[in-house]
Structure formats: C-alpha cells, structure tokens
Ligand binder design. Structure first.
Ligand code: NG1
Length: 538
C-alpha cells in the first residue's frame, strides 16, 4: 500500500461509477470558479476524502490498530502557482485562498515569511487547516531540499463536501489535501503516501487537537472497494481488507445525528481530555504493575506515552522474568489487561491530580507539565479505569472483527449468523462508547436503537462522537426499512433544510484515497469534456 499518491487521469480513477455524474458537475464548477476568481486556469487539483470508521474507536491515539474506510465526500483544492509577485513582501510568499462556499468561509490573502508559518490555534479560522498542512509540508520539503528552500506562492480554491463536525473527518481530509497541494505546487513529482500521512497527523495537532492517526491514514491510503486496516506500531502501516461475500449482502449506512460536535471547542472536556486520561492511565498502570523505575517508551502518540506502550513493556518484562520462550497471543494479552485494569484501577469516580502524582512519584506541577499543558483540559478527576477498560476491550474487538473477516462465513447460502457476529461487535463498541468512554450522546443512541429495531445487525457512533455520525451494518434488504424508521422516528422531528434531509443518510461504499489530478496535462477543459460524453466513458 505504500508508494506514491496516484495521479488520476480521469474521475473514474477517483470515484465509484454511481458518484461520477454528480462529481463531474462539481469539478467543472470548481475549475470554472477558479478561472473566474483568479483570471487563469488551475494547474492541478489535490484531493483527499473523509472517512467512516468501521471499528476501533478512540484507540488510535493509544496506538492500537483501527479499521476505517474512505468515503466519497472529500476535500478538493484547485491550485495554481502562477501568482504575480509584485505586491508580495520581500522574503515572503503569497497564499491566496478562497472557498466555493464563500459566504461561510471567506477568502483570505496571506504574505507568509519563508522561514515559518504562524498558526493561531486559539482562533477558530477555516484557513488554519490549510496552514497546518502547509507548515507540515514545508518542514518535509526543507528536510529534503535544505533550509534555504523558498516556497512557491499559491492561489487556491477549495471545495469540501465532508460535513464539518459530522464525525467523518473533514479536518483530516482538508489537512491532507492541503499538504498534498503544497508538495505538488512546490515541484514534487511524486508524493509518498506514508510521508504525507505522517506529516498530516503531526500537522493536524497544530490546530489544537491531540489527534490520533486514523483519519489521515484512511484519507491518504484507502483503495476503492476495501476497508483499511491501519496499525501504528512499530511504524505506520495500512493494508486493504475486503469484506467476504455474504448472503444477505451487507451495506454500510451512515446516518447524521445533526448534533454538531466541534472538537476544537469541546476539546478540554471531551477529546483532548480523553487523550490525557489514556496517557495518564498508561503511566499509572506502569507505576503499579511494572518494576519500580520502569520507563515507558516514548512513542508516536500525542503525549508520547500510550496504553499500547505500557502493554508492550508489561508483557516484555513478564516474559523476560518468567523466561518464557513463546509470547502470548495479542488477544489473550488484551484480555489479561482488561482484568488487570479492573483490579488495579478500582476507583470508579476517578483519580485526582494529587492521587495520580503520588503514584507516579512526581509533583502535581510535573504531572501538569507532562500531561495537561500541551492542550488545556478541564477536569477535577480523571477516569483512568473507564478509559483503559474501553481502550483494551475495543482493541480486542478490532482483532475479533478482523479475524471474522479473515475466516469468511462457513455456510455461504445463509450468512445471517456470521453477519450477526460482525454486527454484535459493533453494538458492543457502541455500549462501551456510551457507558465506559462516555463519548456518545442521546441522539446517537436513539439512531442506533431505531436502526437495530428495523433490522440493522450493528449500529454505533463513528469518529470522535458526542454527536456527529453513526454507522450501521444493514442487510441490503432492510436498508429501506431502516431509512423509513429514522425518518419517522428521528428526522421528521428535527427542523431540517432540504439539503440537510438529503445528506442525512448515505449508503457508503469504500472509496479511494488521496489523488492528484493534473489539469495542465489534458488538452482543454477535460472534466467538462468527459462529462459531456456521458457517464459510461469514465
Ligand atoms: P473525528 O473527530 O471523527 O475526525 C477523531 C480523531 C481520530 C480518532 C477518532 C475517534 C482527529 C482528526 N481525529 O475523529 O483520530 O481518534 O476521533 O476514534 O482528531
């Protein structure tokens, strides 16, 4: 799966057949608007999609593997580097950036000094996501070409269709496509997928969220028709995973709750707090279960110590001291960790800073410096028990889900039982997210229970939660019934615009990841030509 980001020669390299008609119109509009705004054609388009996570929620930042897939909705950046330098400040380059939704996302023009990209993460500004991709890409370009590297000016028009705050990872799509656009604009003929993903992960943390790496991996690496198994240790790896043929056939439905969850605003009590709680749980378990003085490895997680790091250290030490010649399976290790957590982290109402600092043998100031100063969090108590229990049990569910996919169903005439086993794991994830990790909300719980009653095998929140989207594993024959039930029991009670009603539920097929489309390469307005020729030519 590693290798360069593909260069698409037509929209059929990017989208599934059913999406091409709508996408061609949208691309035409983007390129035409670019010409109108900047008075010249775009040179290329950089594209990265959103994603839906099938299973493995809130465990990527603890460095456990996850199973997302890319969706059709994406972020497109049309770009030209042909920018007049007349009014650009000395030692600076110019970034002109506009959005097709200009009323909501106003255009900006920045003169940026060669040496640094300033991002004010305290201000919630749409262009921050571009700037964070820019900053990450320039760091990489400097590593490659030396510190004297002078970035190119760019004019950009963005079109994003991943709903913001909807749990489908609009931010990762925007940051990854921005970083890709900057690399291509600065002359990189090939962009390595792993490099792009790694820089997008680090870049996104510059916008104020301690993000894991799932979304950027799904956005960059995905392949059409497959889900993606993403693992983070010993290094970032992604491989496509296909679903076996089942009977009844399985469909993924994505349903919006229309509760907007803004990670940036609620980070101190939701997302960022969970990241802190998981790292504190890792440090605490290390202190109570490993020999005194054991240091956890510094790893790629946001706060550099993770539950996965603890997991590996614990079993390496156990094996060493018992002289074991064979390692336990990861499944049985995770089961053991669930039991150990339940025993050692027994305070259900949480741990104060003072209590944790005493066990870690550090001062409260040191604890705050190490764990809570990177991004602000607001909490009197940290629920270490619940967070570690969710992470270890969810990591186990991902492995069980993968082994079901790899096993294939035994009775291929009727795979209902197999389908139900897959669905059951999704339902268990939802229970754990709701009751243990506390990242669901009543609207998502409601969507899940309506869907299950109408025939979904498994229903759960997807993404960060606290609103946003839900994902449902539904037999093809029940899709209509599930949609009708949601309409009757949920959506008809909300005051939704026509546009919202249309976007509320999507049948999702696994889509492809990042791509570059070179407009320059083609004679004339190729996207328009292709569309005129009808969808069968794609
Ligand atoms: P959303 O907020 O749905 O894009 C977030 C994180 C993921 C992962 C999930 C929970 C970012 C960019 N994404 O996803 O890395 O931790 O929550 O599984 O922060």
């Amino acid at each position: 799966m590693a290798g360069p980001v593909p260069v698409a020669s037509s929209l059929s390299d990017i989208y599934t057949v059913d999406a091409i008609g709508t996408q061609a119109k949208r691309w035409n509009n983007l390129l035409a608007r670019f010409q109108t705004i900047y008075g010249q054609p775009a040179e290329f388009v950089a594209r990265s999609p959103g994603r839906v996570n099938i299973i493995g929620e809130h465990i990527d930042y603890s460095l456990y593997p996850v199973l997302p897939m890319a969706i059709t909705a994406d972020s497109l950046l049309a770009v030209s580097t042909n920018v007049a330098s007349t009014n650009t400040k000395e030692g600076h380059y110019k970034i002109k950036i506009a959005n097709v939704q200009d009323a909501k996302f106003p255009a900006h023009e920045f003169d940026i000094p060669y040496e640094a990209v300033d991002i004010d993460a305290t201000v919630h500004e749409w262009t921050n996501y571009f700037k964070s991709g820019l900053r990450g890409a320039l760091e990489l370009l400097r590593k490659k070409h030396g510190n004297d590297f002078e970035p190119k000016s760019m004019q950009i028009l963005m079109d994003g269709t991943v709903p913001a705050g909807g749990g489908l990872s609009s931010s990762a799509a925007f940051v990854s496509s921005s970083a890709l656009a900057v690399m291509v604009a600065n002359g990189e003929k090939t962009v390595d997928k792993t490099e792009l993903t790694e820089l997008a992960i680090v870049s996104e943390r510059a916008v104020g969220v301690n993000s894991g790496g799932m979304d950027q991996s799904a956005s960059v690496f995905s392949e059409r028709g497959s889900a993606l198994f993403v693992s983070f240790t010993p290094s970032l790896k992604a491989r496509p995973v296909s679903f076996p043929k089942t009977n009844p056939e399985l469909t993924f439905l994505i349903a919006q709750s229309f509760v907007t969850a803004d990670k940036f605003v609620t980070g101190p009590v939701h997302y960022n707090l969970r990241v802190v709680e998981c790292s504190l749980a890792a440090a605490y378990l290390n202190a109570v279960l490993n020999p005194p003085g054991t240091q956890l490895p510094s790893d790629a997680s946001p706060l550099s110590v993770s539950l996965h790091g603890f997991h590996e250290t614990y079993f390496a030490l156990q094996e060493h001291s018992s002289g074991a010649t064979k390692s336990k399976s990861t499944e049985s290790q995770l089961e053991e960790l669930v039991a150990l957590t339940a025993e050692k982290l027994d305070k259900r109402d949480g741990y104060t800073r003072e209590e944790i600092a005493a066990v870690l043998n550090i001062s409260v100031d040191e604890l705050d410096k190490k764990f809570t100063s990177r991004f602000p969090v607001r909490a009197e108590k940290f629920k270490l028990r619940q967070r570690a229990l969710h992470v270890f049990s969810e990591a186990l569910r991902v492995l069980k889900f993968m082994s079901l996919l790899e096993q294939q169903p035994t009775n291929t005439d009727d795979t209902s039982e197999y389908n139900a086993q897959l669905g059951d794991l999704l339902n268990q994830t939802q229970d754990s997210c709701r009751d243990v990790y506390e990242c669901s909300c009543k609207e998502i719980d409601e969507l899940c229970s309506i869907a299950r009653k109408a025939g979904s095998y498994g229903s759960r929140l997807t993404g960060a939660g606290w609103g946003g989207c839900s994902v449902h594993l539904v037999p093809a024959g029940k899709v209509k019934a599930v949609r009708e039930a949601w309409e009757r029991e949920y959506y008809s009670k909300l005051d939704l615009s026509e546009e919202q009603k249309e976007a509320a539920v999507v049948v999702s097929k696994p889509g492809s990841g990042s791509a570059v489309y070179l407009v320059d390469d083609k004679p004339g307005p190729v996207v328009v030509d292709d569309m005129d020729r009808g969808s069968e030519v794609y």
